[in-house]
Ligand binder design. Structure first.
Ligand SMILES: *Cc1c(COP(=O)(O)O)cnc(C)c1O
Length: 440
């Protein structure tokens, strides 16, 4: 595979952007090597500047549930573009997308569009603080909520629930307003609520954690969480930036039958254009300016081209629901990969999946691997094995997200032949001993 042009562009990129990229994980630091510069994509495939084609299992990190350059989304965006691409006024496209969502997602009575998932979470937290008159919020170790200051925290060395900043530039005061609990641990949750329940404005969780591997939570754990929060007057925020419209139209809330007070969206909601949103109960959302005292604004919010792409995507999801098909294909993919590993490698292995999300997990030889539900239970050698696999698959024309802790995304453009091709590449890599020859 020729990669010379990517290598040249990478040299240039390193001179003008921090680490060469505009979002960290694109830099391949988790897997090593030089990123491929992509410049075209269609359906399930993506092409780099050297002309190499890959089956894309990253899919722009989730938005493209119908694949790259889907014709209906393309047409909607192009039509919107032809009418001018930004008004900064009241407009019909944002109204139509808001109506589509509030009609089909009963717990979203009001919605506000922003430009990213990060903005959505930041704003939802502000609403929760305003509504409760409390400052602190609770998050879970292993959940990602964008680069909001209050959410960039990691487990500290002191009190179990008191985290430290997880990024330079976050003030200690900000970090101290956030408490942290482990996933899948009702007893630890009880302890936090006992001590701090009445100080908590909100508890925020990815109901399907998918940013530190895929860590499916037990329904009872989520129900317990909601019950504890309600008993303390703490608002429940479901961060459905990945799961919203992807797992079901109403996201995990629909699957679980749990109505959050506030919900955040991103990714699929914009069909691949920059859109985020937060919404929820009417009396909470009516606190947002100009209806209420919580200030939040955006010059380019609800951009008409992005709204049109989002509407086309969501409209197609309702008219032509892909969820059963995606589930079936993901199951097929998981079964194929697991069978190959069982036949050709002594390593423990499983593909964790939920709907169209999948995450291959590597254990040690002979290890018993159960469903991983918390980051501290990810097997030791997983990342090293993934690095070997990533490069072996890349060379064979399959582009996985370049990190052992990011999930894979299926779209409706991924046909059985793409899965078969992945399985063959995977088998060749495993048989070549790629997974056994990696150093830690
Ligand atoms: C991607 C993601 C975010 C951040 O969204 P951006 O658009 O990248 O700011 C927040 N929460 C979850 C659950 C996400 O997956």
């Amino acid at each position: 595979m020729k990669t010379q042009r990517s290598a040249e562009l990478w040299e240039r990129a390193l001179r003008v952007a921090p680490g060469g990229v505009h979002s960290p994980v694109r830099a391949f630091r988790g897997v090593g090597g030089t990123p491929r510069f992509m410049n075209a994509a269609h359906g399930a495939e993506i092409t780099d500047v050297d002309g190499n084609r890959y089956v894309d299992w990253c899919m722009a990190w989730g938005p493209l549930i119908f694949g790259h350059a889907e014709p209906q989304v393309h047409a909607a965006a192009r039509d919107a573009l032809a009418s001018g691409w930004s008004y900064g006024t009241a407009d019909t496209r944002s109204l139509e997308l808001a109506e589509l969502i509030t009609t089909h997602v009963p717990w979203v009575r009001r919605i506000r569009f922003v430009n990213s998932g990060t903005e959505a979470v930041m704003s939802a937290l502000r609403v929760a603080r305003a509504a409760t008159g409390r400052d602190r919020v609770l998050k879970f170790a292993g959940c990602y909520h964008g680069h909001v200051d209050a959410m960039l925290v990691r487990a500290g060395s002191g009190l179990a629930e008191q985290p430290e900043p997880d990024s330079a530039g976050i003030s200690t005061d900000t970090a101290h307003a956030t408490l942290m609990a482990p996933l899948d641990d009702p007893a630890a949750l009880d302890a936090v609520f006992q001590r701090h329940g009445r100080e908590l404005a909100a508890v925020v969780i990815e109901p399907l954690p998918a940013n530190n591997g895929l860590l499916p939570q037990r329904t009872e754990f989520l129900q317990h969480l909601v019950a504890r929060a309600r008993a303390c007057g703490t608002l429940v925020i479901f961060d459905e930036v990945i799961s919203g419209f992807r797992i079901a139209f109403g996201g995990m809330a629909e699957v679980l039958g749990i109505e959050p007070d506030l919900v955040t969206y991103g990714k699929v909601i914009g069909g691949g254009f920059p859109v985020g949103a937060y919404g929820g109960r009417a009396e909470l959302m009516e606190l947002v300016a100009p209806a209420g005292p919580v200030y939040q604004a955006g010059t380019l919010s609800a951009n008409p081209v992005a709204m049109a792409a989002g509407f086309a995507t969501l409209h197609r999801l309702l008219r032509d629901p892909p969820y059963a098909l995606l589930e079936e294909r993901a199951a097929q993919l998981a079964a194929r990969l697991e069978a190959i590993m069982a036949a050709h490698s002594p390593r423990a292995f499983r593909v964790q999946r939920f709907g169209s999300l999948f995450w291959p997990v590597f254990g040690a030889a002979g290890e018993a691997l159960e469903t991983v539900r918390a980051p501290e239970r990810i097997p030791q050698g997983h990342a090293a094995a993934f690095r070997g696999l990533f490069h072996a698959l890349l060379e064979r024309g399959h582009y996985l997200a370049p990190s052992a802790f990011e999930v894979g995304f299926l779209s409706t453009a991924h046909e059985p032949e793409h899965i078969e091709s992945l399985a063959r590449a995977f088998e060749a890599a495993v048989r070549a001993g790629i997974l056994e020859n990696v150093s830690r």
